[in-house]
Every structure is written in C-alpha cells, then in structure tokens.
Design a protein around this ligand. Structure first.
Ligand SMILES: Nc1ncnc2c1ncn2[C@@H]1O[C@H](COP(=O)(O)OP(=O)(O)O)[C@@H](O)[C@H]1O
Ligand SMILES: [Mg+2]
Length: 220
C-alpha cells in the first residue's frame, strides 16, 4: 500500500511568484488497484503524481510505501527504488527524439545493471500489442503524438514494475488505442500491479477502483 500523508507542494516558496500547487493531500492507494485522479487543468494532478512517484519532493508531508516512510532517504536510494519498482509515464512524453522507438524503450535498462537484450521479446510483444511494431525502428521525432505516447507507455512497463504512474496516458491516442491501453491497464491490475493515473478519460475513470477528484490543489 502507498500512503500519502498531508502532502503540500509550494513552488517558488518565499518568492513573489510562490504558488501552493497542492495542499494537505491524504490518500491510501491499495496494492493491485487502479486509482484515478481527475480534475481541471492546473488543479495539481501532475504535481501529486510526481510526488507519489518520488520524482518531485513535496514541501511538507510523507509518502509511505509498505509501511516505510521513504522521503527521508537519499536521492540515490529513491532513484534505485524508482528504477526497480516504478514505471512513470509523463504527460510531456519525454522520449529522446533522435533515437528510435525501440532504443527509447531499451536505453533506460543500460543504467539498471541488466542486459537489455533479454527484454527484447517483451518489448516486441508490447509494441505489437499496441500496434506500433512496424514503427519500432523509426526515430521518435518521426512518430505521431499518439505513437510516442505508446512508446512511452512501453518504456515504463518494460521492467514489469510494481507501481505504474501514468499522467494522462490516453490524451493523444485514438479511441481504439485507448481501448487497448485500458485493457492493458486492467490486465496489469489483475496481475497485482498498482496503477495511479491522472486522467479526464471517462472510460478510464470507469475501470478505476477509486477515483479522486481534485480542485485548486485539494482533494474533494
Ligand atoms: N515547476 C513549476 N513551477 C511553478 N509552478 C508550477 C510548476 N509546475 C506546476 N506549477 C503550478 O502548479 C499548479 C498545478 O500544476 P499541475 O500539477 O501541473 O496541474 P495539472 O497537472 O492538474 O494540470 C498550477 O498552478 C501550475 O501552474
Ligand atoms: Mg498535468
């Protein structure tokens, strides 16, 4: 279980442009569930997701994974924890444009002490599942937004992480691809994975076990 305790994030604290992005957020995220966070643009979804996924440090509050409060650990510890347990799909897709789809999927593995070639089979399976296998050797800059989003999705799933964070994962894709992604997310849950998604996608909200609504940095 992930527990989010009293999380507040203030950007540019103490400066004239200070902004409280999220305020006193408390959540309990059960293992093997799909949790959706929804709310208008600017309400703090990306900030919250990044904090729970240990990419961003909150100003106040605690994040607890399986009973262990983790924010007190070093950046190194957090990086290792993320690499071994977390897959994160960013809203701004964050791929390397000059590299091919398959390179983007396998490159992060080089920093993880594993042999990327042993993940090739899984990469191919996911590429074909998401109907972009024929784009595997295209440079990312030659792919459409929807294709890039699928590549980012596969990159996050390649190591079969326990926790998957996805920031609006279906905004750039067509309906059919959305359905494939929904199916994949449900399958991940059925295999015991924990999925936290920020989304406006009503179909995605339907498959969620729990939906949190946000407005102006607070949970409603
Ligand atoms: N790096 C940043 N620096 C300053 N303000 C930020 C930063 N990131 C987000 N914000 C602000 O925090 C608020 C929440 O943003 P965000 O978490 O991106 O919301 P959402 O994902 O729901 O659109 C917004 O007012 C946004 O402008
Ligand atoms: Mg966002």
């Amino acid at each position: 279980m992930i527990e989010v305790r009293n999380i507040t994030k203030i950007y540019n604290k103490g400066k004239p442009n200070e902004i409280v992005a999220i305020r006193e957020i408390n959540m309990k995220i059960e293992d093997g569930s799909i949790v959706a966070i929804t709310g208008p643009s600017g309400c703090g979804k990306t900030t919250l997701l990044s904090i729970i996924g240990l990419i961003l440090t909150p100003t106040y509050g605690e994040i607890i994974y399986d009973g262990e409060s983790v924010l007190k650990f070093s950046d190194n510890w957090k990086t290792n924890f993320r690499r071994s347990k977390i897959g994160f799909i960013f809203q701004h897709i964050n791929l390397l444009p000059q590299y091919t789809a398959i390179e983007n999927i396998l490159l992060p593995l080089y920093s993880m002490n594993v042999n990327p070639s042993q993940y090739m089979e899984r990469a191919i399976e996911l590429l074909s599942r998401l109907r972009i296998l024929e784009r595997a050797k295209y440079r990312v800059e030659q792919l459409s937004g929807g294709e890039q989003q699928r590549v980012a999705f596969i990159r996050a799933l390649i190591k079969d992480p326990d926790y998957i964070f996805a920031d609006e994962p279906t905004v750039f894709v067509d309906e059919e691809t959305s359905r494939i992604i929904h199916g994949l997310i449900q399958e991940l849950r059925d295999r015991g994975k924990t999925i936290v998604i920020s989304t406006h996608d009503s179909e995605l909200l339907k498959i969620a076990d729990k939906v949190y609504k946000m407005a102006s940095g607070r949970l409603l």
